[in-house]
Design a protein around this ligand. Structure first.
Ligand code: ADE
Length: 231
């Protein structure tokens, strides 16, 4: 999978060189490139934003600059991802739907966002355009959201996580439940014991206990998910 990320703060994306995503990039499983949007400006001040039509606070990112950047980087297979608090909420299901794409192009907006014609133009030209939000809060820009989405999608690409078994029984999987609590050695710590059933060696009972814990957790912590499961 090829991933391009365009930002006015390319240094923000440095963590992509670390850990499993960084290793996958070094190994060539993921081909990740970060670009400075200002490379596509044409004036001596390297301007990327301007005041909003209709008035109001803040600045809006210019469509002409973004258009040149996207035209240069896009291919026939590109999915254009626009992180924005006004997008559809990014979920594990969306990560799954993007994991087999050839090319993701992240356009990280700052300030009050990117001129709306950018999304409109590329969608009309036949490109898949996804406006995606991390959740119901506002960040200062799309960079952190792009980091989150690249990690959530990238770890689903075969070869990124050494043991694909790690991807089963996670929270937000197909059953819609949160993950059950997990424990390791020592069996006693600060007066707290690991539940007996996990030390019993009885696999069916362990599986049943985990299922019950996952259900109780989901009902208590995420009534919205629990309601969907109850259908
Ligand atoms: N940019 C600013 N806030 C955001 C959010 N919640 N999700 C995605 N991108 C954003």
């Amino acid at each position: 999978m090829r991933i391009d990320i365009v930002s006015v703060f390319p240094e923000y994306l440095a963590p992509l060189q670390l850990s499993l995503i960084g290793k996958a990039a070094t190994a060539g499983v993921l081909d990740i490139a970060v670009h400075d949007l200002r490379n596509w400006t044409t004036d001596k001040h390297r301007t990327v934003d301007d005041t909003p039509f209709g008035g109001g606070a803040g600045m809006v990112m210019k469509p002409d600059v973004w258009g040149r950047a996207i035209d240069d980087l896009a291919t026939e297979d590109t999915v254009l991802v626009l992180p924005t608090p006004s997008g559809e909420v990014f979920t594990q299901g969306i990560a799954e739907s993007l994991k087999a794409e050839q090319h993701l192009l992240f356009a990280c907006g700052r300030y009050e966002g990117i001129d709306a014609r950018v999304a409109e133009h590329y969608a009309a030209s036949g490109m898949t355009v996804r406006e995606l939000s991390l959740g119901d809060y506002v960040l200062n820009g799309g960079e952190v959201a792009a980091l989150v989405m690249v990690e959530a999608i990238g770890r689903l690409v075969p070869g990124v996580i050494g043991n694909p078994e790690s991807l089963v029984e996670e929270s937000h999987g197909p059953d819609g439940l949160l993950e059950y609590p997990v424990y390791t050695k020592p069996p006693q710590w600060r007066g707290l014991n690991v539940p007996d059933v996990l030390l019993s060696g009885h696999h069916a009972k362990v599986a049943q206990w985990r299922q019950q814990q996952a259900r109780e957790r989901t009902a208590a912590r995420r009534p919205d998910l629990w309601a969907k499961i109850q259908g």
